[in-house]
Design a binder for this molecule. Structure first.
Ligand SMILES: [Zn+2]
Length: 261
């Protein structure tokens, strides 16, 4: 979801994550339940974090029974949705029932993970019969460092980050390549925000706060804009989230400064 070396938020890189121990977990759960799910937590993702993630996904999707089961497998349940985003439900269903396996990993306080990212997974036994696998690494601690307007914070949390990575995995949607764009991936996520009546992300790339440029201070504050349409007034209202990129990671000072010019 989030910026790393290119100063972006929510993004992907190309390296491998080994799925040690995951094949057994998946096989067990896929056989134990009549309805398959291709989304599963690694054991190191705590119950508290699973609950946090599921709770925010329930708000976005409107599925009241969505949860991780006792084995860490994501289930949407059987209850009908109440509110929420139909587009988000479509994406989650496509991820759970699709051809890819998605493993969720707690990467909190990893210096090389800014918020969230997805890596191609490689099965330990390297069997050609295995489905394509992806590992989503989530840095929960980064989200705890984000400040800002309440409306924008509701549009920028760990569940939105996960949906961003699902979008990469399922639809192979690219991120923005240049400044001033949201990119195809976030455009799809913005549609979900609209359906939840939340502000939409205005840009894929964050920017340094003006006071932070060339600052001698240890903190390096960056910000990201979200716009809420005001149909009655025929205009938009802007909200912000901000964080210290030195603490979260993902800051490339040279490219960020270039982007500000
Ligand atoms: Zn991305």
């Amino acid at each position: 979801m989030l910026p790393r070396s290119r100063g972006i938020v929510f993004f992907r890189i190309h390296q491998l994550a080994w799925l040690v121990g995951i094949p057994l977990i998946l096989a067990t759960n896929l056989l134990a339940e009549p309805i398959h799910s291709n989304v599963v937590c690694r054991e190191d993702l705590s119950q508290e974090r699973r609950n946090e993630l599921a709770g925010k996904l329930r708000q976005i999707t409107g599925w009241p029974d969505l949860k991780f089961d006792r084995s860490g497998v994501l289930r949407v349940g059987t209850a009908s949705p109440v509110g929420g985003s139909p587009t988000a439900r479509e994406l989650v269903a496509k991820t759970i029932y699709g051809k890819n396996v998605v493993v969720l990993e707690d990467a909190s306080k990893h210096s090389d993970v800014a918020f969230c990212r997805v890596l191609p997974g490689k099965w330990k036994d390297d069997s050609s019969s295995r489905p394509p696998a992806h590992v989503v690494q989530i840095d929960f601690s980064d989200f705890e460092q984000v400040l800002g307007d309440e409306q924008a914070l509701q549009s920028f949390n760990v569940a939105w980050a996960l949906l961003h990575e699902f979008e990469h995995v399922v639809n192979d949607s690219p991120d923005a390549a240049s400044f001033g764009e949201t990119g195809e991936c976030e455009a799809h996520i913005n549609q979900m925000r609209r359906e939840c009546n939340l502000p939409q992300r205005a840009d894929y790339f964050y920017t340094l706060l003006p006071l932070s440029k060339d600052s001698a201070f240890v903190t390096r504050l960056v910000r990201l804009a979200f716009d809420q349409e005001q149909p009655a007034a025929n205009k938009k209202r802007r909200y912000w989230v901000l964080w210290d990129a030195n603490a979260v990671g993902g800051l490339d000072a040279r490219k960020q400064i270039a982007a500000l010019r």
